[in-house]
Design a protein around this ligand. Sequence first.
Ligand SMILES: *C/C=C(C)/C=C/C=C(C)/C=C/C1=C(C)CCCC1(C)C
Length: 262
Amino acid sequence: MPIELSVGQYNLVYNFLSFTIAVMGAATVFFWFGRNQVAPAYKTAMTITGLVTFIAFYHYFRIAESWDAAYTIADGAVQATGTPFNDAYRYVDWLLTVPLLLIELILVMRLPRAETVKTATRLGLLAALMIVLGYPGEVATDDATRWTFWVLSMIPFAWIVYELFIGLTNAVNKQPAEARGLVNAARYLTVGAWLFYPIVFLFPMLGLTGATAETFVQVGYSLADVVAKAVFGVLIYMIAMRKSEAEGYGPQPSGKTAKQGA
Ligand SMILES: *C/C=C(C)/C=C/C=C(C)/C=C/C1=C(C)CCCC1(C)C
C-alpha cells in the first residue's frame, strides 16, 4: 500500500536516520578507543558495546538507503518509486543487538563466571525470542495479527524486565559502592528505553494511519535506538571506568599526573 508522505515527513525521517548513523558511528569509535582505558576484566564489555553500535551503524545506513530508494521527490511532492521500503533491517539489527546489550550489562557487572554464563544465555535467548515474535506483527497490515504478536512478544519482554528488576537485585547490591548507582541507572535506562518499542509498535493501532504512522514509527524507533544503544553504552563505559579505578587499575596518584578518564 503506497503511503502519501508529505515532503516534511519524508525529510524528517531522512534526517533522523542520518542523525542516527552519525551517532552510532561516533559511539563505535568512542567505545572501541575507550577499551584501552578500562581494566582487562572489562575490555570484552567495551568491545561488545562498540559492536552493538557498529551493527546499528551499518543497518541505519541500509535503512536510509532503502528509504531513499522507496521515494522520490518530484514537482514538490513525495512519490513512491515502487521499490518497497525494507523494514526487515530493523528486526535483523535487533535480533543481533538486543541480546548483546543484555550481555554488555551482565559482563560489566562481573558476576561469578557460572552465573555470568547462565544469566547471559537466558536473557540473550529471551531477547531473541521477543524480537522473533514481534516481526510477524510488525509486517502485518491487519490489527488482529499485530495485536496477537504484540501480546506474544510481551511475554519474553515482561520476563526480561522481571529479571532486570528482581533477578539481578542481589548482584547489584554486591557491586562496589562507587559503581552501584551507575549499574542501577543502566538497569532503569534499559527498561525505560525498551518500553518505548512496544509503544511505538502500537502507534498504527491507536488511530495513527498511513504516512503519519510511518513517520512516527521511524522517528520513534530511531530515537529509542540512540538511547538504548549509544546512551546506554556511555553508562557501560562509565561503570567499567569506575570499577577499574575502584580495583586499583589505571593511572596511580603518585608520579606524573596522567590524564584521567571520565
Ligand atoms: C537496539 C534495539 C533495541 C534495544 C530494541 C528493543 C526492542 C524491543 C524491546 C522490542 C519489543 C517488542 C515488543 C515487546 C512487542 C512488540 C514487538 C516489539 C519487537 C517491538
